[in-house]
Ligand binder design. Structure first.
Ligand code: CO
Length: 134
């Protein structure tokens, strides 16, 4: 039902500093960097093998990432799996009584649809599902 790990999201205080660290440590540069106003974040994607590291910085004090950074500090924020059919996957998760944040798919970046599974009841792990559109 789920495919490969699409990306791992890391919340950071300073996106430029985090990009500099990844470049110094691993020699990677971002394939994409954009502000997503609806989420209140600026994100950068670093290609690693067949998946990505997603660095997330906040652009607003009231964004979910700002709240995360305020309570937990920098670090692992979420894991994202690829799925072929996101709507069908959400139906199956609902049937299994999994606690969803998104009841229906919503647009992500990079020509994708995404939905989040709540960390509560999911081993404390915020989980994202990603379907690539044709
Ligand atoms: Co993500």
């Amino acid at each position: 039902m789920i495919g490969a790990i699409d990306h791992v999201g890391i919340a950071v205080n300073d996106l430029d500093a985090a990009l500099g660290w990844h470049n110094a440590a691993f020699g990677v540069v971002p394939t994409m960097r954009e502000v997503i106003e609806s989420e209140g974040v600026e994100e950068a994607m670093l290609s690693v093998g067949g998946s990505f590291i997603q660095l997330l910085a906040t652009v607003r004090d009231d964004s979910p990432v700002a709240r995360f950074l305020g309570s937990r500090g920098e670090g692992l924020h979420h894991i994202a799996y690829r799925v072929d059919n996101l709507a069908a996957t959400l139906d199956r998760l609902r049937t299994a009584d999994i606690n969803l944040i998104d009841e229906v798919p919503r647009p992500g970046g990079r020509n994708t649809m995404i939905a989040f599974i709540h960390p509560k009841g999911n081993l404390g792990t915020l989980t994202e599902l990603v379907e690539y559109l044709p």
